[in-house]
Write a protein of this length. Structure first.
Length: 51
């Protein structure tokens, strides 16, 4: 199974909670941290992206 986007069914099945942090300006860009806590595995750290 390959998940390309989170839809309502996947969120209900696999996500325990989503934490959305306050948006900030970094080097003129709006940056907002989002943390997804998954059922069974907890928080999964992914590498940060710089776009």
């Amino acid at each position: 199974m390959s998940v390309q986007e989170l839809d309502a069914e996947i969120i209900r099945e696999f996500v325990e909670k989503i934490i959305v942090y306050k948006a900030e300006r970094v080097d003129g860009h709006r940056v907002q941290k989002i943390k997804i806590i998954w059922n069974c595995i907890g928080e999964f750290q992914t590498p940060t992206s710089h776009q």
